[in-house]
Ligand binder design. Structure first.
Ligand SMILES: [Ca+2]
Length: 211
């Protein structure tokens, strides 16, 4: 009886040993299989051809609108005027910016009485911008009309944003000469003696692009 029990106990241990070896083999096989999968996966991700390209230097800059006038002041001045006197002088308007511009000119005077009595004419294309040459050629842009007013008179175009009748266009780095003549008409009465007025010729420029 005891022998039978020992025998079956030994057989049980043997069977357990066989089962244990089998489990270890199964685990080892599983590990090897997973390792193989990982290796295959790694070889797929690491072996594709690839490339990149960078498009650089996408730079932007803004242009400029810059109007200048020469001479910068006192283009036409005359003191101690008598009826019949007149003065003529050129004024160069330049586009000193990098963008095409459109400009307007407004005259603002220190008072209204003498400013309204003085006659001002502005022309382009005058070959000889002098009192003697003024009438010979050119195209009138203004006048003869008032020299200005305290609230301002638009002589060339309109400083309002956008294109209006009379606005002048100048491409970048170009200029044009305005020939200006101011006269005190011969018929000016005694009430205008001893008056003084001063005009500021105000240029307003704006871009023409998208405007
Ligand atoms: Ca305008």
């Amino acid at each position: 009886m005891e022998t039978i029990i020992k025998e079956s106990s030994n057989r049980f241990r043997w069977m357990r040993g066989v089962a244990s070896v089998g489990a270890r083999r199964l685990v080892l096989t599983g590990v090897l299989f997973l390792t193989s999968l990982a290796t295959i996966g790694a070889s797929f991700t690491g072996a594709v051809f690839n490339d990149t390209e960078s498009v650089g230097s996408n730079s932007f800059s803004t242009g400029t609108v810059d109007v200048s006038a020469a001479p910068a002041s006192a283009v036409v001045s005359l003191t101690n005027m008598a009826p019949g006197d007149l003065v003529t002088a050129p004024l160069t308007v330049s586009n000193a910016g990098s963008l095409e511009m459109r400009y307007a000119l407004t005259s603002v005077t220190t008072e209204n009485t003498l400013a309204a009595q003085l006659d001002m004419t502005i022309k382009t294309g005058v070959s000889t911008c002098s009192t003697g040459g003024f009438a010979a050629d050119g195209t009138a842009l203004y006048g003869p009309g008032d020299m200005g007013s305290a609230s301002g008179i638009n002589m060339i175009g309109d400083p309002t944003t956008g294109a209006q009748s009379g606005d002048r266009t100048l491409i970048a780095a170009s200029n044009e000469v305005l020939c200006i003549q101011v006269s005190l008409p011969l018929g000016t009465g005694n009430s205008f003696q001893g008056l003084t007025t001063a005009a500021s010729l105000n240029f307003a420029a704006e871009q023409t692009t998208n405007n």
